[in-house]
Design a protein around this ligand. Structure first.
Ligand SMILES: Nc1nc2c(ncn2[C@@H]2O[C@H](COP(=O)(O)OP(=O)(O)OP(=O)(O)O)[C@@H](O)[C@H]2O)c(=O)[nH]1
Ligand SMILES: [Zn+2]
Length: 195
């Protein structure tokens, strides 16, 4: 995995040319009225969809407060839109991100947890890596006593093509530190499931 600093600048012209080629390859006419602006439009959309390649978790997990809260903090149902790296089609669903702060009670802004999810979701991904990367970034930056990340997504590569099983959801989790302790983990999971 390349660090953000080593990722070359986004090449919109190259993306545009590639989309035009793709349209030709599937038998479309990229000059017809409805498609004329599509390569440029898709190139702009891809820049947004893959913006996370040029971001590091340190860019977003910045604000930390010492408010002395040492108990579990869990943000549930963070909307996730990511792109399956095998088929370049979306997978989408929710992430639940929880942690138990360090004993000094170092916590981060709640929105920063959602931003962290975005940094890793806006890359070509597999769900397992997305889940692990979120958890490991929290461990590294917040130095909490425990972390739990659960991601539940529907993969369009399984719904709209291939095996064609719309509605199936894949659940992945990553558990670090004292969240691995059975009681703590059970408390966190009951908060995740309690909707
Ligand atoms: N573990 C994992 N697998 C994924 C993820 N996204 C897509 N896949 C799977 O990646 C696999 C790629 O399999 P291949 O056999 O190389 O590709 P394919 O012929 O298009 O496979 P089908 O989707 O079964 O038609 C498929 O089984 C997908 O369901 C993910 O996030 N995690
Ligand atoms: Zn896929």
């Amino acid at each position: 995995m390349r660090a953000a600093a080593d990722v070359p600048p986004y090449d919109a012209a190259r993306a545009e040319a590639a989309v035009r080629e793709l349209l030709l390859a599937v038998g479309e006419d990229p000059e017809r009225e409805g498609l004329r602006d599509t390569p440029a439009r898709v190139a702009r959309a891809y820049q947004e969809i893959f913006a996370g390649l040029r971001q590091e978790p340190e860019d977003v997990l910045t604000t930390t407060f010492d408010i002395g809260h040492e108990e579990m903090v869990l943000v549930r149902d963070i909307e996730v839109y990511s792109t399956c790296e095998h088929h370049l089609v979306p997978f989408h669903g929710v992430a639940h991100v929880g942690y138990i702060p360090s004993t000094e009670g170092r916590i981060t802004g709640l929105s920063k947890l959602a931003r962290l999810v975005e940094v890793y979701a806006r890359r070509p991904q597999v769900q397992e890596r997305l889940t692990t990367q979120i958890a490991d970034a929290m461990v590294r930056i917040l130095e909490p006593r425990g972390v739990l990340v659960v991601v539940e997504c529907e993969h369009l590569c399984m719904s709209m093509r291939g095996v064609r099983k719309p509605g199936s959801r894949t659940v992945t989790s990553a558990v670090r530190g004292i969240m691995q302790n059975a009681t703590t983990r059970a408390e966190a999971m009951s908060l995740v499931m309690g909707r």
